[in-house]
Design a protein around this ligand. Structure first.
Ligand code: PLI
Length: 459
């Protein structure tokens, strides 16, 4: 590994937050009390927190200054006007509806765009996205390319839609039975894998003549743009901002969680081109989120998001962001630790099928591994496998995904390369005595999004 491949942090640190490690005996007690669920551990008991990159970002001095400019009017806040103008400029859509976070936008879109019984094809599921689609009578169909389900295959654009799968679905059910295509850029659960511009264009070219709309999940759209610039012919010299905008030119709208690539701690929005869908979404936003000029966000949050979106387009920022994640992945691969390849944009995913082959999937190997990593080094990660996938709505049986992973998710601008070294050392040490990791069984299984609050004990 060449250190020179990894750019230094493109920022100076102005405010710090002290972190502490509790000892191993305490960590063993904490994980047992948390029902072996890393979501149920108190933050004070975590040393390096890689649970998620969602809302855990460090804001800049300019964003904090913007917070002081919050216009907390109930209606017509100037911060909304700035955010709306910024989103229209960067994303290029006609209409923007603010929401408290990404799932608020997913709720609105699913309500206005899905008729019960319609299909919603997408490039792999995301937990909250599929929940809202199904709750509104939609039937999710996975149309991601096959290779995305195999942790070991290294491809530049593993998030691409398999057009043959989309075509087969349309041939079977008819275009009018497709609510819309849900195209996530990047694909979180595939390992933060990007989608190529060529694929977005091809999906649009296929869908448009059939009258099928394409809605993107824009949550990590800047990371996706970085990969396009790095890997797709013709984009090496195109500014990130232009790549971001071109991505959205192939869509009819998007949902966005501002808690990721907008580098804030809360917020989201829905973008739409269709006037009628927009009017209906705006009618619903007042029921679920708030006025169409705040949608659950404070004025200061909207200001921070507008500034954060601009900062996310800066080349030095996004290069460091993606490469810091890659650094952790490279260190693990060098030591022989099995991870999902290639390393994606926001996280390193441990391939638990290879890490813990002694634990069958119905004993929740990834949940067990996440718990063991916490005990080993105070590092908090998250299961992304059979627990996250949930149960089939019709049959009640577990979805048993081929990818059984633990996600080490890197917050933006929060940790340094030395922290990544500590995480790598922890995982490598655990890998050496991995046969000691024991499987788990349910103590409490929630009905929806069970990974958040479920509890387990060791088998
Ligand atoms: O957490 P929200 O409601 O702001 O956003 C939901 C959401 C939508 N799409 C995608 C691709 C996500 O990753 C996402 C949230 N992700 C979380 C919380 C995560 O830990 O990955």
């Amino acid at each position: 590994m060449h250190q020179s491949q990894y750019p230094p942090e493109p920022f100076r640190i102005k405010t710090v937050e002290t972190i502490n490690m509790i000892d191993r005996a305490q960590r063993e007690r904490v994980i047992e009390e948390a029902g072996y669920n890393t979501f149920l551990i108190d933050s004070k008991d975590v040393y390096i927190d890689l649970l998620t990159d969602s809302g855990t970002n460090a804001m800049s001095d300019r964003q904090w200054a913007g917070m002081m400019m919050g216009d907390e009017a109930y209606a017509g806040s100037r911060n909304w006007q700035r955010l709306e103008a910024t989103v229209k400029d960067l994303f290029g859509f006609q209409h923007v509806v603010p929401t408290h976070q990404g799932r608020g936008a997913e709720n609105l879109l699913s309500r206005v765009a899905i008729k019960p019984g319609q299909y919603v094809p997408g490039n792999m599921y995301f937990t909250t996205t599929r929940y809202h689609q199904e709750a509104n009578g939609g039937i999710f169909v996975d149309i991601i390319r096959d290779e995305a389900h195999d942790a070991t295959i290294d491809l530049p654009f593993k998030g691409d839609i398999d057009l043959a799968k989309l075509q087969a679905l349309v041939d079977k059910v008819g275009a009018e039975q497709i609510a819309y295509v849900c195209l996530a850029i990047t694909v979180n659960l595939a390992g933060g894998q990007p989608v190529s511009m060529a694929n977005m264009r091809a999906v649009r070219d296929y869908c448009r003549p059939l009258g099928i709309q394409v809605f993107m999940d824009a949550t990590r759209c800047v990371e996706n743009a970085w990969f396009i610039r790095e890997r797709e012919a013709g984009y090496a010299d195109i500014p990130i901002r232009d790549i971001v905008r071109e991505q959205f030119s192939y869509a009819d709208g998007c949902t966005m969680s501002g808690k990721k690539d907008a580098i804030t701690n809360i917020g989201g929005f829905l973008c739409l081109n269709d006037e009628e869908l927009f009017v209906r979404a705006r009618e619903l936003v007042v029921v679920f989120e708030g006025m169409p000029s705040y949608g659950g966000m404070t004025g200061r949050d909207m200001e921070a998001m507008a500034i954060g979106l601009e900062e996310a387009m800066q080349e030095a920022y996004i290069e460091h962001r993606v490469k810091q994640v890659r650094y952790l992945g490279e260190r693990l691969m060098e030591a022989g630790v099995p991870i999902v390849r290639p390393v994606g944009g926001h996280a390193v995913f441990l391939d638990t099928r290879q890490f813990c082959p002694h634990i069958p999937q119905d004993h929740f190997p990834a949940q067990a591994l996440a718990a063991a990593i916490y005990v080993e080094g105070g590092v908090r990660s998250m299961e992304r496998g059979i627990i996250s996938a949930g149960r089939d709505k019709e049959t009640g049986r577990d979805h048993a995904p081929r990818l059984e992973t633990v996600r080490l998710t890197i917050p933006r601008r929060v940790y340094t390369y030395r922290h990544m070294d500590l995480v790598a050392d922890t995982v490598i040490k655990l890998y050496q005595h991995r046969q000691d990791i024991r499987g788990l069984k349910w103590v409490y299984e929630p009905k929806q999004l069970r990974f958040f609050t479920g509890r387990f004990e060791q088998v």
